[in-house]
Design a protein around this ligand. Structure first.
Ligand SMILES: Cc1cc2nc3c(=O)[nH]c(=O)nc-3n(C[C@H](O)[C@H](O)[C@H](O)COP(=O)(O)O)c2cc1C
Length: 165
C-alpha cells in the first residue's frame, strides 16, 4: 500500500523517510583544508555526465565543515565497501577524521585513502543553490575501481547489495 504523508507544509520527517526508500551507496569525500586533511561522509553522490566526466554531491549549509568543502578546489570521492563501516564513524560528526589513518596525497594535494571500492579525484567545476544544501559539481580528473561488495544505505541502516531479482 502506498502511504502519502508528505506535503511541503506538512511533516518533514515523512519527506526524509520517503527519500530513505531510495537506496544509495556511501562515500567519504576528502579534501586538504586550512585545518589539515578532512573527510566527510556523504550519500548524496551521483554521476552527472560522461563526457565531460562530471559528478555531484550535496553539502548541508548547516555543516560545521561547510566552508572547507564548499571552497575546496580539489577533492576525492571514495566509494565505500562493506569492510569500511569504521570509515563512517571516523568521518561523521565528531569522528576522529584522519587521526591514525594511513593515507597518501594525490597529484593535486588531496589526502586519499587506499582501499576504496572506487575513487573519483575531482576538481571543483561548479556549485549550485540546492535549498538547505549546496550542490557541488566535480570534474573527474581520474577514477579507479576494484571488485568488491558495495556498502548500501537505505531507511537509515547499512547493508549489502544482493544481485538478481
Ligand atoms: C550515511 C550518511 C550519509 C550522509 N550524507 C550526507 C550528504 O550527502 N551531505 C551532507 O551534507 N551530509 C551528509 N551526512 C551528514 C554528514 O556526514 C555530517 O554528519 C553532518 O554534516 C554533520 O556534521 P558536521 O556539522 O560536522 O559536518 C551523511 C551522514 C551519513 C551517516
Amino acid at each position: 500500500m502506498t502511504e502519502l504523508v508528505f506535503t511541503p507544509d506538512g511533516n518533514p520527517r515523512a519527506f526524509r523517510d520517503a527519500l530513505g526508500r531510495f537506496a544509495t551507496g556511501v562515500t567519504v569525500i576528502t579534501a586538504d583544508t586550512a585545518e589539515g586533511p578532512m573527510g566527510f561522509t556523504a550519500n548524496s553522490f551521483a554521476g552527472v555526465s560522461l563526457d565531460p566526466a562530471l559528478v555531484l554531491w550535496s553539502l548541508a549549509n548547516a555543516s560545521s565543515r561547510y566552508r572547507h568543502f564548499a571552497t575546496a578546489g580539489h577533492y576525492a570521492i571514495h566509494v565505500l565497501d562493506q569492510t569500511h563501516v569504521d570509515w563512517l564513524a571516523r568521518f561523521n560528526r565528531g569522528g576522529s577524521g584522519f587521526d591514525g589513518l594511513n593515507h597518501e596525497v594525490n597529484p593535486e594535494g588531496v589526502p586519499v585513502v587506499h582501499g576504496a571500492l572506487a575513487r573519483f579525484d575531482c576538481a571543483q567545476q561548479a556549485t549550485h543553490d540546492g535549498g538547505d544544501h549546496l550542490i557541488i559539481v566535480g570534474r573527474v580528473l581520474r577514477a579507479s575501481y576494484r571488485n568488491g561488495a558495495p556498502l548500501v544505505f537505505s531507511q537509515g541502516v547499512y547493508g549489502g547489495f544482493v544481485a538478481g531479482v
